[in-house]
Design a protein around this ligand. Structure first.
Ligand SMILES: [Zn+2]
Length: 1040
């Protein structure tokens, strides 16, 4: 968030020319329509198409002039701008609103019956017969009469659960009947690729996935012999590689063939490509201003470069949904099986050219909330009765407006001060929280960072301890601080440990730091209170002295055993004693085998892979660690773990506390300072300096008719509604699934409000509010049109990573495949124009969904291969759980960038090509990145002058091999361009990526090839083409 000064004009002063428009100057009144829609009747929400403005003249009488930029009252400031001037308000007198953390009231109590999160994926599929797709799960045909154009609410769906599906006057599709056979012979084969003319969807026909008509017969007879996994119905000879048994049996094969015999292949360009979709969206919406004033508006893709202007809905950077049109009924939702979810990144980084969040201070009265559902004041509250009362947009309860908040309404029923109050006109803003929202009704103390360094033999020998100590001397000057503050309010403390713990007194008055040892690790206590947590600026000399001494103090250590849980416990005790929240930075290298609570044993048994018990490899050891996570969350103690393992360390267990406290896990296997030092330091710097909130609790409220049921993230759930995070940073995202508990109406839409209570880096208690309004539909075509593939895949990735703790991986993969087929079959059945069954028709908004899904199935966590390290798989599982949409997108579809053809004069990153080995060429050089790894791949015959320019050696043969290669910085255009591309990619990513240089046909190339996700998986899993064929067959079975 804004450590830098904010310079952009606040939205209030801008007159937007709609999408793509730019501001017309400081001080101009905004067009009425942008703001007015929120205060008026719900129908007006979506009445205005994007970019269309009502002239101000259309509201001649009584319309208040929108204020100019500086009109926000003294109680409002921009986030970060004046924060240092804040003084906590005095104790609130007789607060009428409940504190945030109190037990939920009324309807929210029913949440207790929600299924536990781990059940989620199963439940989602519960009504699907996994093995029985041939049994027509879609039930009976819809009777034509049900398509009568009656409003949905007044026309209950027919008994079979099918709502009206056709607009008036159109022949309703006959859901259960076979595709129109009569047209088979006469239907022209649609063009290949995604430009097919079949309705709104993408049609793959022609020589693509269409079965050769004539030759094998159509339609498929139920009992017809099926030759391979894809049956005789699919164009068998066109596929690469032999069939390997029914999908996902492809996972059971050994290492897949890397390059099958070049048979007659389909043109890979004929199937939907992610790179093309990304390019098209960038061309269409890139560089534009995305104004959030329209309900149910689908934002640009996460990969597109756009600017957000908040006009009543939260930026997609904060909240992104799987679909922007929720089905009106649970039946419709069940029918299509498209998950309804929002991915919420409450602290997402706001680019410098966008407005930081405003902070609203209502003084001791605190934020205004609905009496019944406790939703916070927002643009969805409707003022009535001359402004004396308001109706809650979430629960419809009519509330009195507090006297001090009263304001007259204009003739449109909007408050005269609409534009002066962020909470009435914006999607995202913050409230200063009153003491009611603080622990023990006391304002919180500033948070603390405790650095805890494993000084056992390995870490000393590798030079890691010295590296950390040197770096901390620089980093402690860069702790995050409030805008305008002279120094950071965050206190710091230091612990070193192996089998025992050493605490340091670094009080500024001391000439030398003092060490206190605790060798009884069974009952961890803090040996000193005063002088342990200090202000770095005050204690700089003592701390630097300590950091100089630590590497020498342990230089001769022989101790290789470590403890782990007691270290975290010590950190919690320190924060408890100081009555503050904070973060522990643990730098640890080995499995904790010393006699102590939380001692671990090697339980890495790869024989379990592929069995019912495989899931146990990823389940953390309970007991000590479970209690520890709970203690941490209660205290607001976040744990960041930097791991430097040389062998198995049981990451499933060691990562458990970090992953339940909003913390991060970093892993540097076989760490060597000269090779990996910079990579680690980049991560450490970013982590220490980043914007963060502490002791956070999040609640997602919804309008009537649906509710949040499941939560996936680096979070702790003590009950079914409160999402607790000891800390939340700018990269952490929580994926929230919604279910119907009643019907939704197209008029009212679906509104949601995420409220995050947290402590700032300077110790203020704040509420961060994000509001989002979606459309509702009684036609599934609307839902499919409004789908967001990147958000969908984030949901599936997280729910699968959650489900794999409790179910066999095979079952999880089957659920994913079946749900993919089901979602697409439902679209085909209800939304696509009639066409031959041999055509695969995909919704336009989901046309690349299969390639992401197939990549997810092959991801190390889910693939189920004994060749992969258990720790690597557990690590990826934990990473995915905390990821936002941007991160899962690039993880599951890595960018493959050709460099040999790059224009060294251009500023931009060359356009990526499809992640497939077919795109590589012997004469080429490619960069591949997925947010975790970055590879530079060098073709065997790549031009020597390019090698000379990049590496300063005359040929490829002069480069040493096996991961030892590094990329020098050279003074030529190619070298500069490559470094600029790498740096620009790195800035977009949450973690630093180590650059691995791979020569074609080297041993290390295997690791690179795992990331070519359109190809057959090296550890099992189908190629994209094969997967698409398989899904197509499943869809056809569902439709017959
Ligand atoms: Zn309410």
């Amino acid at each position: 968030m804004s450590q830098q000064g904010y310079v952009a004009t606040p939205p209030y002063s801008q007159a937007q020319a709609g999408m793509g428009g730019c501001s017309t100057g400081f001080g101009n009144p905004p067009p009425q329509s942008h703001y007015g829609v929120y205060g008026s009747l719900p129908q007006a929400y979506s009445a205005l198409p994007t970019g269309m403005l009502k002239p101000p003249a259309s509201s001649p009488s009584g319309m208040p002039q929108p204020p100019v930029s500086s009109h926000y009252g003294a109680n409002i400031h921009q986030n970060g701008a004046h924060a240092h001037g804040f003084t906590p308000p005095p104790v609130a007198s007789a607060p009428s609103m409940s504190p945030y953390g109190q037990p939920p009231q009324s309807a929210y109590n029913s949440m207790a019956q929600a299924p536990p999160p781990t059940q989620q994926l199963t439940n989602q599929m519960s009504s699907m017969n996994i093995a029985g797709y041939g049994q027509r799960p879609m039930q009976a045909p819809q009777s034509p009469s049900s398509s009568a154009p009656l409003p949905f609410q007044t026309s209950p769906p027919p008994a079979m659960g099918h709502p009206p599906l056709s607009p008036p006057g159109q022949q309703p599709p006959s859901l259960g009947s076979p595709p129109p056979l009569a047209s088979v012979g006469s239907l022209p084969a649609p063009p290949m690729g995604m430009s097919g003319p079949s309705g709104p969807g993408t049609s793959l026909g022609g020589g693509g996935l269409q079965q050769p008509l004539g030759s094998q017969g159509y339609p498929q007879q139920p009992g017809s012999p099926i030759a391979g996994p894809y049956g005789g119905q699919m164009a068998g000879p066109q596929m690469m590689g032999p069939p390997t048994g029914a999908f996902p049996g492809g996972f059971h094969g050994g290492p897949a063939q890397m390059a099958g015999p070049p048979q007659k292949k389909l043109d890979p360009d004929s199937i939907p490509g992610t790179t093309q979709v990304i390019e098209d969206d960038q061309a269409k919406r890139g560089g534009q201003v995305y104004v959030t004033n329209i309900r149910g508006q689908v934002p640009p893709l996460v990969t597109t470069d756009f600017t957000v202007q908040d006009q009543g809905n939260a930026s997609p950077r904060f909240m992104r949904c799987t679909t922007y049109s929720f089905p009106c009924t649970a039946d419709l939702a069940k029918q299509c099986k498209v998950p309804l979810a929002a991915i919420i990144k409450p602290f997402a980084t706001v680019p410098k050219n966008e407005t930081p969040l405003y902070v609203v201070n209502h003084g001791e009265a605190g934020p205004i909330r609905c009496n019944r559902c406790k939703a916070y004041m927002c643009p969805y509250m409707q003022f009535i009765d001359g402004g004396r009362r308001y109706q809650c947009g979430f629960c419809s309860c009519v509330n009195e407006v507090p006297v001090q908040y009263f304001q007259h309404l204009d003739h449109m029923g909007r408050r005269m001060d609409l534009y002066e109050r962020p909470e009435l006109s914006l999607g995202s803003y913050e409230f200063v929280a009153t003491l009611d929202y603080c622990k023990n009704n006391k304002p919180p103390n500033p948070p603390a960072y405790v650095f805890m360094i494993d000084v056992s033999y390995n870490n000393i020998k590798s030079g890691l301890v010295k590296l950390i100590c040197e770096e901390l001397k620089i980093l402690l000057d860069r702790l995050p601080k409030e805008e305008g503050a002279e120094s950071s309010a965050i206190k710091v403390g230091f612990v070193t440990y192996n089998k025992i713990l050493h605490f340091y007194n670094v009080k500024s008055a001391l000439a030398q730091p003092q060490m206190m040892m605790v060798s009884d690790v069974a009952e961890m206590f803090l040996p000193l209170l005063d002088g342990f947590l200090v202000n770095f600026q005050e204690s700089r000399a003592v701390i630097n002295n300590l950091l100089d001494q630590i590497p020498d103090m342990f230089a001769d250590t022989n101790e290789s055993e470590t403890v782990f849980a007691p270290v975290i416990q010590a950190g919690v005790e320190a924060l408890k004693a100081a009555e503050c929240s904070g973060k522990l930075f643990l730098f640890h290298s080995s499995m904790p085998t010393a006699e102590a609570p939380g001692k671990l044993k090697n339980r890495d048994d790869r024989k379990l892979v592929g069995t019912e018990k495989e899931k146990t490899l990823f389940q953390p050891q309970r007991g000590v660690y479970e209690q520890l996570a709970k203690d941490c969350v209660v205290q607001g103690c976040c744990v960041d773990l930097f791991l430097f393992p040389n062998q198995y360390v049981d990451i499933a267990t060691m990562g458990d506390v970090p992953s339940r406290t909003g913390g991060s896990i970093y892993k540097y296997s076989n760490f060597q300072v000269d090779v990996d030092g910079q990579h680690f330091l980049n991560d450490l710097r970013r982590d220490v300096e980043q914007f963060i909130g502490f002791d956070a609790i999040m609640r997602v409220r919804t309008g009537t008719g649906f509710r949040a049921t499941d939560f996936f993230g680096a979070v702790y759930m003590n009950n079914t509604t409160d999402v607790e995070m000891a800390a939340v940073d700018c990269d952490k995202a929580v994926t929230v699934e919604f279910k119907h508990d009643d019907t939704l109406s197209e008029e009212a839409g679906a509104v949601m409000q995420c409220a995050l209570l947290y402590t700032t880096i300077s110790g203020q208690r704040r509420l961060r509010i994000h509001n989002l309004s979606l459309n509702c539909c009684s036609q599934l075509s609307e839902l499919y049109k409004s789908c967001e593939t990147d958000a969908l895949i984030n949901f599936f990735a997280k729910s699968a990573c959650q489900a794999m703790l409790n179910q066999p991986l095979k079952a999880v993969r089957e659920i994913l495949v079946n749900q993919t087929a089901h979602m697409l079959a439902c679209y085909r059945k209800n939304c696509a124009s009639p066409s031959v069954a041999s055509q695969l028709i995909l919704p336009d908004a989901m046309k690349v969904f299969p390639v992401y899904m197939n990549s997810l199935l092959k991801a190390p966590a889910l693939v189920g291969s004994a060749e992969l390290s258990t720790d690597d798989r557990a690590f990826q599982r934990l990473m995915v759980m905390a990821m936002g949409v941007e991160e899962t997108q690039v993880l599951l579809y890595p960018r493959l960038i050709p460099l040999h053809t790059m224009d060294v004069g251009s500023e931009s990153i060359p356009a990526p090509v499809r992640s497939s080995q077919e795109r590589l060429s012997e004469t080429g050089v490619f960069l591949l990145e997925n947010g975790l790894f970055m590879f530079l791949w060098l073709g065997q015959a790549c031009p020597p002058d390019l090698i000379q320019n990049l590496f300063n050696v005359p040929s490829l043969g002069h480069l040493t091999t096996e991961g030892q290669m590094s990329l020098p910085v050279l003074d030529n255009a190619h070298s500069r361009k490559l470094h600029s591309i790498i740096s620009s990619i790195s800035q977009q990513r949450a973690k630093s990526m180590k650059l691995l240089i791979v020569k074609q046909k080297d041993r290390a190339e295997i690791f690179f090839r795992q990331h070519l996700v359109e190809d057959k998986g090296l550890h099992g899993g189908a190629s994209y083409m094969d997967f698409l064929c398989y899904v197509h067959r499943e869809i056809r079975q569902l439709l017959t």
